[in-house]
Design a protein around this ligand. Structure first.
Ligand code: KG4
Ligand code: ZN
Length: 338
C-alpha cells in the first residue's frame, strides 16, 4: 500500500522546523532554521522579530525538506500535514498554522493541529519505537517545566508545573546578568563543569513541599543577588563556582520532583525532553537515579531535545490515527495546555 507520509511544521518559538516522517518513526528528512543569532543580541526572543523570520524562512525550508525527502508531488505523496498550533508565541504560531492550512487546502491533504507539549512527549517516541506508555514525561525548556503522566498516547495528566519561571528561562536570565549571552543554558552548563557545585548555597524552592511543583524565580533572584555581592567584593569573580552552584540547585530541584512523581504514580519509566534535557548535570543525575532505582530512562538525542518538527509529525500522526482531525477553522492557541 501507499506509504503514510506526514509533513510536520513547527514555528511556535524561535525555530522554524519542517520534517517528513513515514509512519510514526521513519524519518525521511528534516530541516531547521534557528533564529538564535538574531535574538541573542537582545538576550531573549523578540516576538515580532521571530514572526518575521518565520515568514521569511518557511517556504524555502518547505522546498528543501520536500526535495530531501524525494517528494515531487506532495498532493499525491503526502498523507497528512501536522502543525504546532499552541502553546507558543501568537505571531510565530500563525506563520506555521496559516502555511499548513494553505498547503492542506491547495494539496487536498488532511490537516492536524498539534499541541507543542504533546510534541515534546513524542520526541522520545519518534526515535525509540520501544517506548510505550505508561511513562512519566518531564518537559523542560525555555518556556516550560512540566511533569506529565502519559497513561496512553492521547491520555495525559499534568502532574505538576512551574509557578513562575521555566527552568531554561532561569538559565537564560542568570546568563544575561553574568553577561554570558543567549541562550544561557549551554554556556552555564559548560562553565559549571570547571566549578565547585558546593561553593555557594542557593535556595531550593519548594524542596520540602509534597507538591509536584517548581519555582525558579526565587532561585534566579538569589543567584542574581549573589552575583551582585561577589562583583562588589572586587576580587577574582568565581564564575565557574557560581555556574556550578546554580546548576546544582536547578538539577536538585528538578530531580526532587521527578522522584516524587515516580513514587506517587508507581510508574518506573521516564522520558525527558525540551532544551534543558541537553543539560549534562541533569542527564548525569537522571542516569544515576535510573540505575539506582531501576527506573527505565529514555533520553532523546540532543537535536530531539530542542524544538523540532520530527516530534510534531510523530505526535500529529499518532493523534490522526486516534481519530483526531483539524479543518480550516484551526487557529493558534498561544496558551493551550496539555
Ligand atoms: O526546547 P527549546 O529549544 O526551546 C523552548 O524553550 O521551547 O529550549 C531552549 C532552552 C533555553 O532556555 C536554553 O537556555 C535551554 O533550553 N538549554 C539548556 C541547555 N541547552 C539548552 N539549559 C541548560 N543546559 C543546557 N545544556
Ligand atoms: Zn519546545
Amino acid at each position: 500500500g501507499k506509504r503514510f507520509l506526514t509533513l510536520g511544521i513547527e514555528s511556535s518559538c524561535d525555530d522554524t522546523a519542517l520534517a517528513v516522517l513515514e509512519g510514526g518513526h521513519g524519518l525521511l528528512a528534516e530541516v531547521i532554521s534557528s533564529q538564535i543569532d538574531s535574538h541573542s543580541v537582545y538576550g531573549g526572543v523578540v516576538p515580532e522579530l521571530a514572526s518575521r523570520m518565520h515568514q521569511e524562512a518557511i517556504l524555502p525550508l518547505l522546498e528543501s525538506v520536500l526535495a530531501k525527502a524525494g517528494i515531487g508531488e506532495p498532493a499525491k505523496e503526502l498523507s497528512l500535514i501536522a502543525v504546532t498550533s499552541g502553546p507558543g508565541l501568537m505571531g510565530s504560531l500563525l506563520v506555521g498554522v496559516m502555511t499548513a492550512k494553505a498547503l492542506s487546502q491547495g494539496w487536498g491533504v488532511p490537516l492536524i493541529g498539534v499541541n507543542h507539549l504533546e510534541g515534546h512527549i513524542f520526541a522520545n517516541a519518534a526515535v525509540s519505537e520501544e517506548l510505550k506508555p505508561p511513562f512519566i514525561s518531564l518537559i523542560v525548556s525555555g518556556g516550560h517545566t512540566e511533569v506529565v503522566l502519559v497513561r496512553a498516547f492521547g491520555d495525559y495528566e499534568l502532574l505538576g508545573s512551574t509557578r513562575d519561571d521555566a527552568a531554561g528561562e532561569a538559565y537564560d536570565k542568570v546568563s544575561k546578568v553574568l553577561g554570558l549571552g543567549y541562550p544561557g543554558g549551554p554556556i552555564i552548563d559548560r562553565l559549571a563543569a570547571d566549578g565547585d557545585p558546593n561553593a555557594f548555597q542557593l535556595p531550593l524552592p519548594l524542596a520540602s513541599t509534597k507538591e509536584i511543583e517548581f519555582s525558579f524565580s526565587g532561585l534566579k533572584t538569589a543567584a542574581m543577588t549573589l552575583i551582585g555581592k561577589e562583583t562588589a567584593l572586587g576580587e577574582e569573580f568565581p564564575l565557574a563556582d557560581l555556574c556550578a552552584s546554580f546548576q546544582k540547585a536547578v538539577v536538585d530541584s528538578l530531580m526532587g520532583k521527578i522522584k516524587l512523581a515516580v513514587k506517587r504514580t508507581g510508574v518506573k519509566r521516564l522520558t525527558v525532553s525540551g532544551g534543558v534535557a541537553a543539560n549534562s548535570g541533569l542527564r548525569a543525575a537522571l542516569a544515576e537515579y535510573s540505575r539506582d532505582r531501576g527506573v527505565e530512562l529514555f533520553l532523546p538525542p540532543r537535536g530531539m531535545c530542542t524544538d523540532n518538527a520530527v516530534m510534531i509529525a510523530a505526535a500529529g500522526y499518532s493523534s490522526y490515527m486516534r481519530g483526531n482531525r483539524s479543518d480550516l477553522h484551526l487557529s493558534p492557541n498561544p496558551s493551550w495546555s496539555i
